[in-house]
Write a protein that binds this ligand. Structure first.
Ligand code: DAH
Length: 342
């Protein structure tokens, strides 16, 4: 009477031993220990036996049920351990392998040019003065000797904000007023770098945003000779010894007299080529003696103090230095361009 039970146990144990993965294990459990499983059916069969056979049968079938449940748990745990051990091997990391090299970044060509400009002017005693990008109309124009509605304002196409009187600076020149009001009555020797914004059509030669570097020196007895000496020295340090520089009369509302600064063409050496439009000269900046009205707006008495100022575009300078033909490359974020520098 107990023989079928012994056979059932043997069969179940062999099947359990053969279940090699979680799927087979779950199937085994359903077959033997599930609600309609073989062992469960054997337990139910107890009720159909004559009373005399029940105690022995019942003891044995319960024994088998418990033994198989324990065997099942042990098998499940063994499979878990085996798959863990396998993962340890499969996912092993060779920590002795060399790492992937980190590709070093590099400075943007404008930043490189700016830093070179800072270095040269630092050697001449100029400090960097940071002014703001979001400016007032008053600083950007009025205090620079361009009253409202003055036609000279048309030289700069301006981005206006929704707040009346607040604009994006069209040039770094408003920083002159801020620097003067900060330093007054001390003498000043600063350069003012930063982004400028113009509501212009974007072309190979003009962008809506670009850097400028303004220069400002204020003190007693500052003359045009100081302006010329400073700029000629800068051009030679930036572009090479022996560069020729010329000052061409011009007009800016905030300087008097005003001059455009040209340098002999670095490509053809002055003979004339496509880059210098066959003139032999390249324009590198605007400059002049600070206008008395501007000095006064900065807090300085123009009868006692004088000063010079200049303004240049580092992207223009970089274009000349590296032979870059289109200013739009600077902010197009094309790595093929950017990776060529540094
Ligand atoms: N602010 C001028 C511009 O954006 C450049 C300039 C010209 C600056 C003459 C100066 C200067 O300081 O003296 O076109």
């Amino acid at each position: 009477m107990l023989e079928p039970l012994n056979q059932l146990e043997e069969e179940a144990r062999a099947a359990l031993e053969a279940a090699a993965d979680p799927g087979a294990l779950a199937a085994w459990r359903t077959t033997y220990l599930g609600r309609r499983g073989k062992v469960t059916e054997a337990v139910k069969a107890l009720a159909t036996l004559p009373a005399a056979e029940r105690p022995a049968y019942g003891r044995r079938v319960n024994e088998i049920k418990e033994a198989l449940e324990a065997a099942y748990e042990a098998r499940a745990e063994a499979l878990r351990q085996a798959s863990l051990a396998q993962a340890w091997v499969a996912d092993q990391v060779d920590v002795t392998l060399p790492g992937r090299p980190i590709r070093p970044g590099r400075l943007h060509p404008s930043t490189q040019t700016l830093r070179e400009i800072y270095r040269i002017f630092a050697e001449m005693g100029f400090q960097v003065y940071r002014s703001r990008d979001v400016e007032t109309d008053e600083m950007n124009f009025t205090l620079l000797n361009m009253p409202p509605h003055h036609p000279a304002r048309d030289m700069w196409d301006t981005f206006y904000t929704t707040r009346p009187g607040v604009i994006l600076r069209t040039h770094t020149s408003p920083g002159q007023i801020r620097a003067m009001r900060d330093y007054c009555p001390e003498p000043i020797r600063v350069i003012l770098p930063g982004m400028c914004y113009r509501y212009e059509q974007i072309t190979a030669r003009s962008e809506i945003m670009f850097n400028q570097v303004e220069g400002l020196a204020v003190g007693r007895n500052i003359t045009m000779a100081n302006l010329k000496g400073t700029i000629v020295d800068f051009a030679r340090r930036m572009f090479g010894e022996g560069r020729r520089v010329r000052f061409r009369a011009s007009h800016f509302p905030f300087t008097e007299p005003s001059a455009e600064v040209d340098m002999d063409c670095i490509l053809c050496g002055g003979k004339g080529c496509r880059v210098c439009k066959y003139t032999g000269w390249l324009e590198i900046m605007g400059s002049g003696m600070v206008h008395p009205v501007v000095l006064k707006n900065g807090g300085y008495d123009p009868d006692v103090y004088s000063g010079f100022a200049f303004g240049m575009g580092p992207e223009r300078i970089a274009m000349l230095k590296h032979g870059i033909e289109d200013i739009r490359y600077f902010w197009a974020n094309d790595l093929r361009f950017l990776q060529q520098f540094g």
